[in-house]
Write a protein that binds this ligand. Structure first.
Ligand code: AMP
Length: 220
């Protein structure tokens, strides 16, 4: 049976995590979000979590080698498809992932990268208004507010602003995204596997476009 791999790519705050989650709900495919996986490790106080926490709070990328096992574990199992959010983020990670694909999926399995495009100005405005929950849910005060102020709709816990959504950290994350993300975009483009989506539209509209593209490609 073939497995589909969809990789969401885009600047921080582009909404790629939200789109990945919507697609997971529609398809039942497995989400591999390195940010979520790392935050889980931090919350659980594991050895990896303690190491990763030094980077997470500063908005710095966690060393590539710490992510290989985490991602490879995610790729095991019988899921019909995988939805990546936040990985790969640099050329080394892309190379690591391509090696994992050799082991875990077939050469003929469809792999596509969705680039959710959003300007830097929009990113800065958006991330300042992002609120997160320990359960993994993410809200936006304007575009996707919780029903009750400051409280997660799903689990009822208090929402918080992630350290890496603070202005100085956002500027740094954007710089890193532009420097390290370009070779990844170039790679998928050369492969004819890059699908650009305008991320400056309502969440539901972006999701519709993604679904339409997947239907065109006969992946759903
Ligand atoms: P995210 O939820 O994708 O915005 O990720 C939150 C934080 O987790 C990032 O700022 C990094 O510190 C770390 N992280 C997530 N994914 C990666 C990755 N692919 N490479 C390195 N660090 C990552």
């Amino acid at each position: 049976m073939s497995k589909t791999v969809i990789i969401f790519f885009g600047p921080p705050g582009s909404g790629k995590g939200t789109q990945a989650e919507l697609l997971v709900k529609k398809t039942g495919w497995k989400k591999i979000s390195t940010g979520d996986l790392l935050r889980f490790e931090v919350a659980a106080g594991t050895k990896l979590g303690k190491l990763a926490n030094k980077y997470l709070g500063k908005g710095k990328l966690v060393p590539d080698r710490l992510l290989i096992d985490l991602v490879d574990k995610g790729l095991r199992g019988r899921a019909r498809g995988f939805i990546f959010d936040g990985y790969p983020r640099n050329l080394k990670q892309l190379k690591d992932l391509l090696l994992m694909f050799k082991k875990r999926i077939k050469l003929s399995d469809p792999v596509y990268a969705f680039l959710v495009a959003v300007s830097d100005a929009e990113v800065k405005q958006r991330l300042g208004e992002r609120r997160s929950c320990a359960c993994g849910a993410v809200y936006h005060l304007k575009y996707n507010p919780p029903i009750n102020d400051g409280i997660c709709d799903i689990c009822g816990k208090k929402l918080f602003t992630r350290n890496d959504d603070k202005p100085k950290v956002i500027a740094h994350r954007l710089k890193v995204y532009h420097q390290q993300g370009k070779p990844i975009i170039d790679y998928w483009q050369k492969q004819g596997k890059l699908i650009g989506i305008n991320g400056e539209q309502p969440i539901a509209k972006i999701h519709e476009e993604i679904m339409a593209r997947l239907k065109e490609l006969k992946l759903i």
